[in-house]
Design a protein around this ligand. Structure first.
Ligand code: URP
Ligand code: ZN
Ligand code: ZN
Length: 465
């Protein structure tokens, strides 16, 4: 099967150029100007006049069906990857979970079973480690060999995912040897629990106080601590869902001294604020950890993206219905399941707020939504580039089209949108995953089970920093 895409402008992290793209089966076979004039034939052609061709978006932080707070994140690999595809994201890397007392293998097998035969686009896994002991440490090496080279640990959520500094350091030492990457949820969970209990005792039980209790300084302290531990272990560390200027300062200082430190932020920290958590229990729609910050943190995060102290934007997609799930925390914000939906909106929000908003170039936009994630997470140049030999994950993107975000029209399996009523400029018109058109003009044309597990390589790019 040969597909020719003509008249588009290829936008890549390194620059933009007008060129045609020929796809042969699943792979990009040729790039050049006016390929038809060379006598080349194709089975189908796509006219991309007036539109960009960008590498499919890569979201390296999703939680399909994550167990949390007595319930499960709602999107499955089928609904979640389909929603991602509508929004121009063709690869997700989801977090498999090791449950306390079980092996990493059991957690990984469970995640393979959730995804295989269900995902409509490609996926990989990171591993959440809940117990660090001799057995799980040994298992880490095997996972790296199987294409799951990163491990997430938490200084937050005592009693659930929390690990103490000794456990974190042991996992770091092991990862320094096996070539993997440590991902850290960095908030001081012990201190947060003290403040949260104080707030509830004072009668402050609304969702807003979830945001109040999780001080920015608690994120800054934990971020600095885990970076220092990683430096001592000689391992690259990646700070997930960075939200606060205090944490960014720790990352910036580390990078300035040459440390192998990397970080992501998420759209919710760039576009939403603590104010969204007011309005009584409605604020539960915005409960995630770290929490939304006061709006004055946002400019600092954008600056971090411009200066590459933040390398990319992922979503931390973890959707819970407002009705029936977020409501579990009525009367006590500590019982609200943590997480927001977002996998469908990332590419457009970043285009609208970043490129149209004049904060970043369109090339940097492509870098932070696709190329940098592919590089840092061992998928480049198979993913993250429009280049001969790469997977034909290509989005025909209309930079002028406008759409209004709404739960009534989104494809995520969740009953609200954090961006309800927001109009964004930029839209994915045609989405190809390994050469197959899976979304065209608002219609899903792919199939359940088409998505393939991506065995990722070790984090070379992280180690070369
Ligand atoms: O609130 C969040 N972020 N929920 C998902 C779990 C996590 O910490 O990433
Ligand atoms: Zn987290
Ligand atoms: Zn997360």
């Amino acid at each position: 099967m040969r597909t020719l895409i003509t008249n588009g402008i290829i936008v890549g992290a390194e620059g933009s150029t007008a060129a045609d793209v020929l796809i042969e089966d699943e792979t990009i076979a040729a790039i050049g100007s006016d390929l038809e004039s060379t006598g080349l034939t194709a089975d189908q052609s796509i006219d991309a006049a007036g539109r960009y061709l960008i590498p499919g978006g890569i979201d390296v932080h999703t939680h399909m069906e994550l167990p949390f707070g007595g319930t499960f994140a709602k999107d499955t690999f089928e609904t979640g990857t389909r929603a991602a595809a509508f929004g121009g994201t063709t690869t997700v890397v989801d977090f498999a979970v090791q449950s306390r007392g079980k092996s990493l293998r059991e957690g990984l097998d469970a995640w393979h079973a959730k995804a295989e035969g269900n995902a409509v686009a490609d996926y990989g896994f990171h591993m959440i480690m809940s117990d660090v002991n001799d057995d799980t440490l040994a298992e880490m090496d095997q996972l790296v060999a199987e294409g799951i080279p990163d491990f997430k640990l938490f200084t937050a959520y005592p009693g659930v995912f929390y690990s103490d500094d000794g456990a974190i350091f042991r996992a770091m030492q092991r990862t320094a040897k096996n070539g993997g990457l440590i991902m850290m949820h960095a908030e001081n969970g012990m201190a947060i629990d003290v403040v949260a209990a104080d707030q509830v005792a004072a009668g402050h039980t609304d969702p807003y106080y979830h945001g109040v209790a999780r001080y920015p300084i608690f994120e800054g302290e934990a971020t600095n601590r885990v970076i220092r531990l990683a430096e001592a272990a000689g391992v690259p560390v990646y700070i997930v869902h960075l939200s606060a200027r205090d944490a960014l300062e720790a990352v910036r200082a580390a990078r300035d001294r040459g440390s192998m430190t990397f970080a992501e932020t998420c759209p919710q920290y760039l576009f939403l604020s603590l104010d969204d958590m007011g309005n009584g229990f409605e604020g539960a729609k915005f409960v995630c950890s770290p929490p939304l910050r006061t709006a004055d943190h946002q400019d600092e995060l954008w600056r971090g993206l411009v200066k590459d102290d933040l390398q990319l934007v992922s979503t931390d997609h973890c959707p819970f219905d407002f009705h029936g799930q977020k409501e579990l925390g009525k009367g006590d914000f500590r019982k609200i399941p943590n997480g927001l939906p977002g996998v469908e909106d990332r590419v457009d929000l970043l285009h609208d707020g970043g490129v149209v908003g004049g904060r970043i170039s369109k090339e940097r936009w492509v870098e932070i939504i696709s190329t940098a994630p592919a590089k840092l997470f061992g998928m480049y140049p198979q993913k993250g580039a429009i280049a001969v030999g790469s997977d034909a994950d290509i989005v025909v993107y209309d930079p002028s089209a406008k759409r209004t975000i709404s739960a009534a029209t989104h494809h995520m399996d969740v009953d609200y949108s954090c961006y309800e009523g927001r109009t964004v400029q930029g839209r994915s018109d045609i989405v190809l995953s390994r050469g197959a058109v899976i979304v065209r003009d608002g219609e899903f044309t792919g199939r359940r089970g088409y998505g393939r597990f991506i065995k990722r390589s070790i984090a070379d790019h992280a180690r070369l920093a």
